[in-house]
Design a binder for this molecule. Structure first.
Ligand SMILES: Cc1cc2nc3c(=O)[nH]c(=O)nc-3n(C[C@H](O)[C@H](O)[C@H](O)COP(=O)(O)O)c2cc1C
Length: 218
């Protein structure tokens, strides 16, 4: 099957070695950030925060958080152009949703007089919230929609990336406590250009389960 969308999705892959001499242009990064901002989420909750690690100093801070068995991932942080910490709010509350609803009014999506009614949608967040106010499973699921969106956007832009669940969550959250401000970070995304000769993954064929083993058409 030939299609420009499929071409993009077939040509993207997980970069295993970045070329530190090649920087992703700022215009492309800005497109990525805007794509992340435009990501959809349940009840438009947007329970996320993206911390862009780009300065030498910030990269070193992140690099130093890696521990075993994730050392194999850490060089990407130094060699890629930026690494984005994908963070989710583990205790998404009504006041967070109120900020969203107020923005919907500001953007002209919701008439101001419908604010109280719109806030009632928060019950869909409450359904995923335990007695301690924890709803991190639900907010993390929303965050991964943004991650998928980033993948596709980067494929379209011809920019390489590596998602990293292989981070030391405790150490990342301790090192970036101030910036995370109560949010949790379980995944990061390195963004850059692959090394022409040293990225073994660039030359491997894509491998996925066959359609018939993962789809049920009724
Ligand atoms: C959420 C997530 C976390 C991942 N974590 C890592 C990681 O820590 N290190 C790594 O090298 N690859 C990581 N990967 C890459 C996957 O192994 C890779 O996407 C998968 O094998 C498919 O290969 P492809 O991306 O080259 O098509 C991760 C991918 C996803 C989606």
């Amino acid at each position: 099957m030939n299609d420009p969308i499929l071409h993009d999705l077939r040509s993207r892959y997980t970069c295993k070695k970045y070329d530190p001499s090649r920087e992703v242009p700022e215009e492309k990064l800005q497109i990525l950030y805007e794509a992340l901002r435009l990501s959809p989420s349940s009840i438009n909750s947007q329970p996320w925060k993206f911390i862009v690690v780009s300065s030498k100093e910030a990269k070193r801070r992140l690099y130093d958080t890696f521990s075993e068995p994730y050392h194999f991932n850490r060089q990407h942080v130094l060699d890629s152009t930026v690494t984005i910490l994908f963070a989710h709010n583990p205790r998404y509350a009504l006041e967070d949703y109120e900020t969203v609803v107020e923005k919907m009014i500001l953007d002209g999506r919701l008439p101001a007089e419908k604010k109280e009614r719109a806030l009632q949608s928060f019950r869909f967040a409450q359904m995923h919230t335990d007695e301690n106010g924890f709803n991190g499973h639900w907010t993390k699921a929303q965050l991964y929609i943004a991650l998928g969106n980033a993948y596709h956007t980067l494929a379209r832009l011809g920019v390489d990336s590596t998602a990293l669940e292989g981070i030391d969550v405790e150490r990342v959250e301790a090192e970036f406590r101030k910036e995370l401000d109560g949010f949790a970070c379980h995944v990061a995304l390195c963004v850059g250009y692959h090394h022409e000769t040293e990225d073994f993954n660039a030359r491997l064929p894509k491998s996925r389960l066959e359609h018939d083993s993962i789809f049920v058409h009724l």
